[in-house]
Structure formats: structure tokens, C-alpha cells
Write a protein that binds this ligand. Structure first.
Ligand SMILES: Cc1cc2nc3c(=O)[nH]c(=O)nc-3n(C[C@H](O)[C@H](O)[C@H](O)COP(=O)(O)O)c2cc1C
Length: 212
């Protein structure tokens, strides 16, 4: 079946992209407005896109209703700072609460019963239940039309102590993080427990294998 994206309406393009580009990691973004009101929301149009410089990218769509922007984007535009946490399975329900389209003056973290911990380089705190939190400042905001691509430069990373295997060698116990990803539709997620290992093949090994 061929789907022609040059003629499809936005909502159908969204359905096809989100049903096929899976799994997607989830950025759980904490921001503050100019008055210091906290905001949190999940974004699965998200990934790490560069380590030099260290950049995370997320795409924020237009808000529904009277607001011009989703609160997250408005806060990033106003302050240039955010904390980007990753979502463990035991926080899925709380994450879902922070996705409710609440008015800007409502602190979604309080609404979801989530505690925070202070950040070291940016004002927005991090979500205590998240085993991974990146402190970010805006690197670039790229308007895409209905969406805005936020490129965030990583200033610091927090990894929960029991998930660090060897701090000096920067080795993390990734399975222990217990992170989830987003699947298709509005409410499907997946665990990261079903893994396969495929070691990289050095060129000499590949050439030797072909000569056999
Ligand atoms: C798992 C999940 C992933 C989401 N991903 C995105 C996304 O990539 N981009 C987006 O604009 N909205 C996304 N949303 C919707 C926002 O989280 C939702 O609009 C939220 O209310 C925005 O909050 P804010 O206005 O406080 O920024 C997602 C929702 C869920 C539950």
C-alpha cells in the first residue's frame, strides 16, 4: 500500500508516522515559566541527535484551544532552559497525567503527585522518579510549520546511583534503568526488557569471513 504524503491531511500523516516509527523514546520535559510555575509533559517525537555537541531533539506540536503554544514550548522560548527526564515503567501512570492538557497555571508535577530534585545548571528541577535526567539549554529552535523542533544542548546528566556500573569509565547499567518507549496509537508503550545482542563486525573479520 502506498500512502502519498504530499496529499494526506496532517492527522493522517501523524497516524501513519506514529504507527510505524516505533518504538520511540519519551522525553519527559520539565520547564518553568517566567514566574517560576513548573510544567511537565511527555514528548515522543524525540531522540539524541549528536554527541559533539551533545544535542537532544524534540518536536513540539501546536496546542489545541486558545493557546498559541504548548506550555512546554512557551516556557522554553521564554527561559531557554529545560530538564529532560526519561520514563521508567513505574512512572507511566504519572507521565500520563502530565500529558493532560491542563491550563498553564497548573503545575502538572503536583497534579501527578511527583516529587522533584534540584538541577545543578538550570532552574527547572528534575523528576525524582526518573533514573535519568538531562539538564539542557536551548541550542536552536527550528520552526517546521505546525511543529517546532527544539534542539537542546546537554549541560549535565544525572543517572541514579544504583544504575551506574563504573563512574570512572562512564558505564551505565542500561537494563536497570527500566525505561519504556512509546508504541502505536494513543496509549501503547513497551518495556526495554526484550533485547538481542548483535556485536559489531570489524572489517578484517568481515573480509576473512568472506574468503572462507
Ligand atoms: C507518550 C506521549 C508522547 C507525546 N509526544 C508528543 C510529541 O512528541 N509532541 C507533542 O507536541 N506532543 C506530544 N504529546 C502530547 C503532549 O504531552 C500534551 O499535548 C501535553 O499536554 C503538552 O503539555 P504542555 O502544554 O504542558 O507543554 C505526547 C503525549 C504522550 C502521552
Amino acid at each position: 500500500m502506498l500512502f502519498d504524503f504530499t496529499t494526506l491531511p496532517t492527522k493522517d500523516r501523524y497516524k501513519l508516522i506514529t504507527a510505524t516509527v516505533v518504538p520511540r523514546p519519551i522525553a519527559w520535559v520539565v520547564t518553568q515559566d517566567a514566574a517560576g510555575v513548573l510544567n511537565a509533559a511527555p514528548f515522543s517525537f524525540f531522540n539524541a541527535v549528536s554527541s559533539d555537541p551533545p544535542i537532544l531533539a524534540l518536536s513540539i506540536g501546536g496546542a489545541t484551544g486558545a493557546e498559541l503554544n504548548k506550555d512546554t514550548l512557551a516556557n522554553i522560548q521564554a527561559t531557554g532552559q529545560f530538564t529532560l527526564c526519561l520514563v521508567p515503567e513505574d512512572a507511566l501512570d504519572a507521565m500520563n497525567v502530565t500529558a493532560i492538557n491542563l491550563p498553564p497555571e497548573v503545575d502538572e508535577l503536583a497534579e501527578a503527585g511527583l516529587d522533584t530534585l534540584p538541577s545543578s545548571k538550570v532552574a527547572p528541577p528534575r523528576i525524582a522518579r526518573s533514573p535519568v535526567a538531562f539538564e539542557c539549554e536551548t541550542h536552536q529552535l527550528i520552526p517546521l510549520g505546525g511543529n517546532t523542533l527544539v534542539l537542546g544542548r546537554i549541560l549535565a546528566l544525572h543517572v541514579r546511583d544504583d544504575c551506574v556500573l563504573d563512574a570512572a569509565r562512564h558505564h551505565v547499567d542500561t537494563p536497570r534503568l527500566g525505561l519504556v518507549g512509546r508504541m502505536h496509537g494513543g496509549g501503547w508503550y513497551l518495556r526495554t526488557t526484550d533485547r538481542v545482542e548483535v556485536p559489531r563486525i570489524p572489517l578484517p573479520d568481515w573480509l576473512a569471513r568472506k574468503q572462507l
